[in-house]
Ligand binder design. Structure first.
Ligand code: ADP
Ligand code: ZN
Ligand code: ZN
Length: 766
């Protein structure tokens, strides 16, 4: 293929802007190419191969814009190269998705090619599971049949009456042939038509849940449903603020039904794995007439490709999925509703470029599709709450009581410092007398227990036994302590230590390297709770009636799914674990929820620490009392008077939000101001310092109304051998931050990669 056309400007060639997938931020919006005549019809959204650089290296990219015939590109036409061809995957993204990617690229300061690359699942790009089959159809005009045998004529007659195209073997059977040979002869003679059809084959995706009947909606549910349905056909924001167990899912289901009935499609986002199995089951059990696609991390590659292809071909009405399902390739002009469940979840934020927030991106996607968006939560993010109250850019719907038949759990905060004094024997106690007594009673009554501790491992401090020696084990590559884990392989327990930041591992040292004395471990961890539970309740058997759920035991979503099934069946009596168990679970026999320590999230170096703690305590308490029996929650804390804990216990979101918002306003923090972080990383400390100072200085030269703070050392100063500094941009309006980031990109200052990350609206501050 010729790459250069000698007289490109004499011919009427179509010029296109191509976003190259490799992160070239030299031209963040794409490069101009020409379409060769036989590809001149390629639409926007098509994945193509283009020559790149001096070596003309074939590189994948996307057509993001077709230029008008007379559009002036300002580029020397002689130098424009040709698109090499369409990508073998044949993928063409819907126009709305291309537009969405363009917005995302600008807002999150990520090159457009990189953004588009992250939209397309690898499974689709590699066409995993795609097969090509040959099917049989009737030709448009049937040649003379007088020379055919009567059985051949019969076969043609059969084919005329059944759904076509059909597998050749199936037609042979239908026409009573024992072989396909006579039919193959009909293809040669032109009496039958062979058509090629591609399909993606994948294992069946199990759908939990039997067909369920709809309950009678409550007045509050009806009010929300009615108000939201009035906005079908136009963009409008809605916040569904419903306490845990108030029936938010019921509201989603009815809106989804309504949307499908109107011939439109819908996206429902749920936080990563934790909620997916139960929510998907409940939704598909009710939407029996709708085709529900799922997109989440628990799918095999072939399944992911199959679901994606089904969506792209318009074969699904509703897609339920985690964060990235906001990139579902729904055909243009057919998206009618977007719902984000548990919109406050920090897991909606992606922690690699593009660092988008699934909720915020959803709002934009709905805006582009001109359809309503519903954000649902029992503990709305302060961003969404402010939008619905003071700012009034979103409607607010409340579900103030639990669904009929459900009780509000009684929440008790235990002052753990006081309780510890009462315990006479020495040693470690993670479960105090109040929680212990309540657990014993619940188990006697046949109830189930959920126990939360938001920390993996056995203990998170490893130090010298001699209090005068100051040695503490820290990671050699990170500015952080290491966590002790037990390895229960075999009878002999072996302890090792792991860094939760860089995942480095080593055996637990036997002696202090500084003074030679012994080593002690202290602090909290789920493994230690497990050990204590076995001691306190000898009848509980780990792995049978008691399960630990954390990132160490639940390596795949299949593990998690099966653990939840065993809990649902009643076989498992106590489910203990990290925040994975705190969210969205709906098990009617949970009569007690215990929080081992509410303080782990309170002490994080993050301005959202209080908000997180409130959410965690409210959400986990909300898992109790979802059946006929009353539910109870016991929260252990060394800071029982912290407003986040006290107000979560009294179910008082409004008071908490008022207090916290006042603080944020005082300190000029989100949601009142917008924030972006530029994080610089380097193996050399001085290089890191010099580069961040230089970048900061340059940005200040054009920052205008945007406040530039820093550079300063990140709360975790070094991770995996790299020193870290950050610059913070703050402004009253998001548009001002966008302007500064755009200018920085144009000046070539923001080359994303190992050494620089840009985080707009960050959810993590470390
Ligand atoms: P949320 O999502 O707000 O936590 P769910 O949607 O999980 O609440 O509802 C909690 C329980 O109440 C579910 O078992 C659901 O089937 C039931 N439920 C919801 N709405 C009603 C209703 N109107 N009448 C009776 N039961 C309901
Ligand atoms: Zn480390
Ligand atoms: Zn020592």
């Amino acid at each position: 293929m010729t790459l250069f056309s000698p007289n490109i400007d004499c011919v009427d060639l179509t010029l296109v802007v191509v976003a190259v997938e490799r992160a070239v931020d030299r031209s963040p919006d794409g490069l101009t190419y020409a379409l060769p005549p036989k590809l001149s019809e390629l639409p926007e959204g098509a994945r193509v191969e283009v020559p790149l650089g001096r070596g003309q290296t074939p590189t994948a990219g996307w057509i993001v814009r077709r230029l008008a015939a007379n559009e002036d590109t300002g580029i020397d036409r002689e130098k424009i190269k040709f698109v090499l061809g369409q990508d073998p995957s044949g993928v063409v993204l819907p126009g709305e998705l291309v537009q969405f990617a363009r917005w995302m690229s600008g807002y999150y300061a990520c090159p457009i090619g990189m953004t588009l690359a992250s939209i397309l699942p690898a499974a689709v790009r590699k066409a995993i599971g795609r097969t090509e089959r040959t099917l049989i159809d009737l030709p448009a005009e049937l040649p003379d049949v007088s020379k055919l045998t009567s059985r051949q004529r019969k076969a043609l007659g059969v084919l005329a009456t059944i759904p076509r195209p059909i597998e050749i073997g199936d037609l042979a059977k239908a026409a009573d042939y024992s072989s396909t040979e006579p039919l193959k002869r009909l293809i040669v003679s032109g009496h039958l038509l062979a058509v090629k059809k591609t399909a993606v084959e994948a294992g069946f995706i199990a759908r939990a849940g039997n067909i369920a009947k709809a309950p009678v909606a409550t007045a509050e549910q009806l009010a929300a449903i009615t108000a939201i349905s009035l906005d079908f056909g136009r963009f409008a924001q809605h916040l569904l603020f419903g306490v845990t167990g108030s029936g938010k899912t019921e509201v989603y289901i009815r809106l989804l039904e309504d949307c499908v009935k109107r011939g439109k499609r819908a996206i429902l986002l749920v936080p990563e794995i934790a909620l997916t199995p139960q929510t998907v089951g409940r939704i598909s059990a009710r939407l029996i007439d709708a085709k529900v696609a799922v997109l989440h991390s628990g799918l095999t590659e072939a399944q992911r490709n199959q679901q994606w292809t089904m969506l792209a071909e318009g074969g699904a009405d509703v897609v339920v999925g985690a964060r990235s399902a906001i990139f579902a390739p729904i055909p243009d002009d057919s998206l009618g509703l977007v719902i984000v469940d548990e919109e406050h979840e920090p897991g909606y934020k992606q922690d690699s470029a593009p660092r988008y927030h699934g909720r915020d991106a959803s709002i934009r996607r709905a805006q582009l599709a001109k359809c309503p968006i519903v954000l649902g939560s029992a503990t709305p993010s302060l961003e969404s709450y402010l939008n619905a109250t003071e700012r009034k850019i979103s409607a607010l719907h409340r579900l103030s009581t639990r669904a009929p038949g459900l009780n509000t759990p009684k929440v008790t905060v235990v002052d753990f410092a006081a309780e510890r004094k009462e315990i006479r024997d020495r040693g470690v106690h993670l479960i105090g007398p109040t929680l212990r007594a309540s657990m014993a009673k619940t188990l006697d009554d046949g109830g189930q227990v959920l126990l939360l501790l938001n920390r993996r491992g056995y203990a998170n401090y490893i130090a010298c036994t001699d209090p005068r020696c100051e040695w503490m084990l820290t990671c050699s590559e990170c500015d952080a302590g290491m966590v002790c884990h037990l390895d229960s392989a075999g009878a002999q327990r072996r302890s090792y230590v792991r860094c939760h930041h860089c995942l480095a591992e080593q055996l637990l040292p036997k002696a202090c390297p500084d003074c030679g004395k012994g080593v002690t471990v202290f602090g909290l961890g789920t493994q230690r709770v497990e050990e204590e539970l076995t001691r306190l309740f000898p009848s509980l058997i780990e792995g049978e009636t008691m399960l630990r759920i954390d990132g160490d035991t639940m390596q795949t979503s299949a593990h998690f799914h099966s653990a939840l099934e065993r809990f649902g069946s009643g076989q498992v009596r106590v489910l203990m674990g990290t925040q994975m168990i705190a969210k969205g679970l709906d098990f009617p026999n949970v009569q007690l929820v215990g929080v081992i320590s509410a303080d782990t999230s309170l002490t994080m170096p993050d301005f959202r620490a209080s908000e997180r703690t409130f959410q965690l305590v409210s959400q986990v308490s909300g898992r109790a009392g979802r059946g006929e029996k009353a539910g109870r929650a016991i929260i252990q804390s060394f800071e029982p008077d912290a407003p986040a804990i006290r107000l979560a216990a009294s179910h008082d979101f409004e008071r908490f939000a008022a207090l916290e918002l006042a603080d944020r306003k005082n300190f000029g923090l989100p949601p009142y101001r917008r924030l972006a972080r530029l994080i610089l990383r380097h193996t050399s400390e001085t290089e890191c310092a010099d580069r961040s100072s230089a970048l900061c200085e340059e940005i200040r030269s054009f920052s205008g109304v945007v406040e530039v703070r820093g550079p300063s050392v990140c709360p975790i100063a070094r991770i995996a051998g790299k020193y870290r500094r950050h610059i913070e941009l703050l402004a009253d309006r998001a548009a001002d931050i966008s302007r500064v980031l755009a200018e920085a990109r144009t000046r070539g200052l923001l080359k994303l990669g190992e050494e620089l990350a840009v985080d707009v609206d960050p959810m993590s501050m470390v």
